[in-house]
Design a protein. Structure first.
Length: 212
């Protein structure tokens, strides 16, 4: 493709995104006016992103489903408050991070009140690192065992973080979000997010030092 063709393709992509944004605003306004199919279309556009975020942050599929339902229930109840000062995607992600944070806080409280359980007792979904190493280590039982051990250690180390530290760490490293965006979602400054990330990283390194 020559330079003219590339420029045209880029302009077409930008135009498509502009149309998508305008189309989304129409959907939001229709949903705010009580058009249920319009809201269902917004849900369809972002339900996978919300579910992926919940799975990454909470690790348990049952917890993630509960959060997923709560996120869109809150979005429906508060849709009239959406003022188009940000994209609907940012708004729904902000709700999702707040719901996940509340869930992590409640889970930490319950954990402190109950006796410790094994890592697999609550039916948690396989750890991300387990999934990444499983297909490479299946032919080597020792490597497979070490991969599972690493996953358990990382999960346990993440469990030792405060809910906000864990949220910031996973939004940064699992979702790939910028610190400024995370700050917007959590209603705090980029500097505060940076400090939370620093503390989380330091705690994780200390927890995992014993594996070396």
């Amino acid at each position: 493709m020559n330079s003219t063709g590339i420029s045209a393709a880029l302009e077409g992509g930008a135009g498509y995104r502009a149309v998508q944004k305008a189309d989304e605003q129409v959907l939001v306004r229709q949903a705010q006016a009580g058009n249920r199919p319009a809201f269902e279309e917004l849900v369809r556009r972002y339900d996978r992103d919300v579910l992926r975020l919940a799975l990454n942050l909470l690790r348990g599929s049952e917890d993630a489903r509960d959060v997923y339902q709560e996120v869109f229930l809150r979005a429906y109840r508060n849709l009239s408050r959406f003022r188009f000062e940000c994209s609907f995607y940012t708004w729904i992600y902000r709700i999702a991070t707040n719901v996940c944070l509340d869930h992590l806080r409640r889970k930490n409280t319950r954990r402190e009140e109950q006796a410790p359980e094994s890592a697999d007792a609550d039916g948690a979904a396989p750890d991300f690192f387990d999934q990444q190493t499983e297909h490479r280590s299946a032919a080597n039982p020792e490597r497979h065992f070490l991969g599972q051990e690493l996953g358990r250690h990382i999960t346990a180390a993440l469990g030792g973080l405060s809910p906000r530290e864990r949220m910031v760490f996973e939004l940064k490293h699992y979702e790939g979000l910028k610190l400024r965006v995370i700050g917007d979602m959590l209603g705090t400054s980029e500097e505060t997010v940076k400090n939370s990330l620093f503390r989380a990283t330091r705690k994780l390194r200390a927890s995992l030092d014993g594996m070396r």
